[in-house]
Design a protein around this ligand. Structure first.
Ligand code: OGA
Ligand code: NI
Length: 368
């Protein structure tokens, strides 16, 4: 039987790379395809049977990622309990939602509205921003890994590097410029608060990870998951782990995000005012496996309204040196020997940019 995705059987007459290139060059994105009223999706979006067969394996709706209330996290009475909750969540789930994180709800709403407004710009205007330059500046495109992955996914993204290099603010599309800059500041504060708690959860000084510059390297990605006419044949974003240190994710009320927990996929239900935090590969490695970077994915959106999410990936900025990175020496002991070898930044980037996001994470490669 001819494969219906990826590289079809010889003689089928389907030129996948040509179709992908034409889609990319049309600059219309998945949003443009969706708005055009198509009722079936182009073949290069169709995922392999292993992926599609696993789409319906959701857990009972009562299971959810932990919700942690950060009110009073600076009070000495409450802090130990909050540290315990954050630590437990980062170990067993790798994902949690925080509420009462000090960012006004109006800021969350304005950020979502601004990213939505960008994705809803008229085609002619939005396509002026379409370009692929992944490692710096501002990029708007459909599927960052479009040319590396086997099957494309049903989302478009606006990516803005907020650090460590100074941001050229004028490069950000005007319609969301102020909101993107403001969100960068707020999300960094939340990330720093949470990293203090995670740091203490490992028995380290509260400021340890900040000292290691975890919040200096950061990329904001404003995703749009438009309505998909055939949500059983593709995904919103392929199952993956985040390569960085920690991720802060803000989403609108349209569901779709799922987290792997044991063998089940658990829905991350939108929680008004909540922010989702997840552990990335780098933190799993540095914590010598104490915190878990877990697989997550987004289902293709079956609803008429677009799903919007704004993700900020935080990572160390000191990478620019030639040093090696690995489990923190202060966490190792004869009882707790290292489980990962050290790695270089060259290895990290090579792993990230050589394959699609669905590829094996660096973690697998450096396991001892
Ligand atoms: C990501 C991601 C999930 C979402 O961008 O790495 O997992 O809800 N996004 O958009
Ligand atoms: Ni992710």
């Amino acid at each position: 039987m001819a494969t219906t995705y990826g590289t079809p059987a010889a003689g089928s007459g389907y030129d996948r790379s040509k179709e992908v290139k034409e889609f990319d060059e049309s600059k219309m994105g998945v949003k443009g395809l969706s708005d055009s009223g198509i009722t079936s999706i182009p073949q290069f979006f169709i995922h392999p049977p292993e992926t599609l067969g696993d789409l319906k394996t959701s857990s009972p709706p009562s299971t959810t990622i932990p919700v942690i209330d950060l009110s009073n996290f600076n009070s000495s009475t409450h802090r130990p309990k909050i540290i315990q909750q954050v630590k437990e969540a980062a170990k067993t789930w790798g994902f949690f939602q925080v509420i009462n994180h000090r960012v006004p709800i109006s800021v969350l709403d304005d950020t979502i509205a601004a990213i939505k407004a960008f994705h809803e710009l008229p085609q002619g205007e939005k396509s002026k921003h379409y370009k692929r330059e992944e490692s710096r500046g501002v990029m708007y495109a459909s599927n960052n890994d479009l040319y590396r992955t086997e099957a494309a996914s049903w989302h478009d993204s606006l990516q803005v590097w907020l650090g460590p290099d100074p941001l050229e603010v004028e490069e950000i599309p005007e319609i969301c410029r102020n909101e993107v800059v403001a969100w960068g500041v707020h999300a960094t504060e939340v990330a720093e608060d949470v990293m203090e708690l995670l740091s203490e959860g490992l028995g380290l000084e509260a400021g340890k990870f900040k000292e290691l510059t975890f919040s200096k390297g950061k990329a904001l990605v404003g995703h749009c998951y438009p309505y998909c006419p055939q949500p059983d044949l593709t995904v919103g974003i392929t199952s993956h782990t985040d390569p960085g240190f920690i991720t802060v994710l803000l989403q609108n009320h349209v569901p779709g995000l799922q987290v792997k927990h044991g063998d089940a996929w658990v829905d991350v239900k939108p929680l008004p005012g909540g922010l989702i935090i997840n552990v990335g590969d780098f933190l799993q490695i540095v914590s010598n496996g104490d915190y878990s970077s877990v697989q997550h994915r987004v289902l293709a959106n079956p609803y008429k309204e677009a799903r919007i999410s704004i993700v900020i990936f935080f990572n160390l900025s000191k990478w620019k040196g030639d040093g090696e990175y690995g489990p923190l020496p202060e966490l190792l002991s004869p009882e707790k020997p290292r489980i990962y070898r050290d790695f270089t930044m060259g290895e990290f980037f090579e792993n990230f940019y050589s394959k699609g996001i669905d590829s094996k994470s660096l973690i697998e490669k450096i396991k001892i």
